[in-house]
Ligand binder design. Sequence first.
Ligand SMILES: [Zn+2]
Length: 483
Amino acid sequence: MGRKRIFHGFVVADGKISNTGDYDSIMDSQEIINLQGMTVLPGFVDGHTHLLNMGMNMVHINLSEIDSFDEASYYLTKRLESGDTYKGWLIGTDFDETKWKKVKRPSKNDLDGISTTTPIALIRICTHLAVCNSKALELLGEGENIDPETGIIKEEQLWHLDEVIGVNREDRKEGIKRAVERAQQLGVTCAHEIVDREGWEAYRELDREGALKLRVRCYIRYNELGDLEPIVESPYLSLKGVKVFVDGSLGGHTAALEEDYEDDPGNRGMLLLSQDELEEIIEVAEERGFQVMAHAIGDRALTVTLDAFETAATRTRELRHRIEHAEVLSDVNIRRIRDLNIILSVQPNFAYQWSQPRGMNERRLGPERLKMCNPYWNAQRSLIKMAFGSDTMPLGPLFGVFSAVNHPLLEQRISTYNALQCYITNSAYAGMDEEHLGQLSNGMAADFVVLSENPLESDDIGEIEVLMTVIGGDVVYDNRPSD
Ligand SMILES: [Zn+2]
C-alpha cells in the first residue's frame, strides 16, 4: 500500500505473495479461492497492544459496558455467588467511571460491601489504576502507590498484582492464545506487544512450540530488561525494543500536564521519570541496539521526552525510537517529533471514545486544550511517521480507522486512505517490518485480510466485517458466508 494499486488477484506460495495481477499464473495455481468481489487488504499491524493482558482479562468480569457502580456490584456479586473466582480472586476489568451516570471512582469501602473475605480488584480501563477491597490490600501489603484508605493502587503496584494472585506460565500462554484468536478475527496479522519478562518468556515458549499464529514484536518494560538483547526468534516473534513510562494517563489524572487538570485544580499529573533518568535509559537501549518506546501522554511529559531524545539519542533514525499516545500534543512538539525523526504511535480509538463533546478529555483538559488532543490531521500534515494501534482498548483496527475518519474534532479527521496507511504500512515501518509486511506486492509475506466491503468506498467503516485472515499464507480465520 505504499502506492495505491489495485489487483484482481495474486498467487500465494511459500508464505509469500507473487504474480500480483498475473491472470495466467493465478489460474495455474493448485488451489484457487474466488473471493467474489470482496476486498483484500494487507493485514493490519496493531502498533500498540497488551494482548497477553487482554487474554488474561477475558476470563474476568468485563465492566466496560456498565454505567454505574451498582451495576458493577451486581455482576461481581453474581460471579462471587457462582463460586467462579480466579485463583480465589474476584477481578473486574476495563471499568471507566467517566462514562458512568454518576461519575465517581469506586473505593475500598464500596468493594468491602461485596466481600471482605474474597480479595477483589477492579482494574480501570487505562490499566494504570485499580481499586481493591481490604482483603486484596492485605494480600498486596504496603507500597508507595497503594492508598490504604481509598484502596486505590497505581502504576508499578498494578504490575505486581499478577504475582500476588499467583498467575503462572501456563496461565499466560492460555491467555495469549485467547487474545491471538480474537486478534485474527479482527484482521490483525502483526502486533507490537508490550511485555514484562514473564510475558516475553511465555511468548517464547509458545513460539517454540509452534503455537504462536500471529506476528508479535515485543517491547519489554525497561525495568524488566535484565541482560536481554534484541532477538529475532522466528518470523513470528521478535524482541525489538524497551518500553518506558514517562507519565500515566488522562483517565487516572496521572498524565503529566503543563497546566492543572481542569477538573482537579492543583494537580498537573505525575512524571514517572526525570529527563536525566530517561536519557540514561536511551543510552543503555542504544548501546544494546534496542528501539525505545516511550509512553508520554501529557504535554509536560512530551516535552521532557523530546528533550531527552534530543540530548541523548544518536541512533534515532536507525533504531526508530517512538513515542506512544502523545495525546496532548502541541504544534511545537509536533515539529520537534518531525525534526528529531521520531515515530508517533497513536490510538485513534482513544480520540473517538474520549474526545466527544463533554467527554472525559474535555472534562480533564477544558475546551481549549481539547483542541490539541490527538491532532491527527496536524501530524499528518507535518509529514510525521504516524503509526496506529489500539492499546487493546478495545482491539480492532477497523474501529481505529473508523475513529480517525470520524474524529470528534472535525478539523483533525484524516482520510480513510491515510488512516489505512497508518494502520498498515506505517505500523509495519514502526516495527522495522516494512521490507516484508504491509504491502501486497511480490515477495512480501502473504499476510492479508478479506473484508466484506472496500473501506475506501464504504459509507460506514464501522459496519465492515473481517471475513478472512491469512498470515504467512496460512488461513488463520475464515468466516466467509457459505453460499
Ligand atoms: Zn499501552
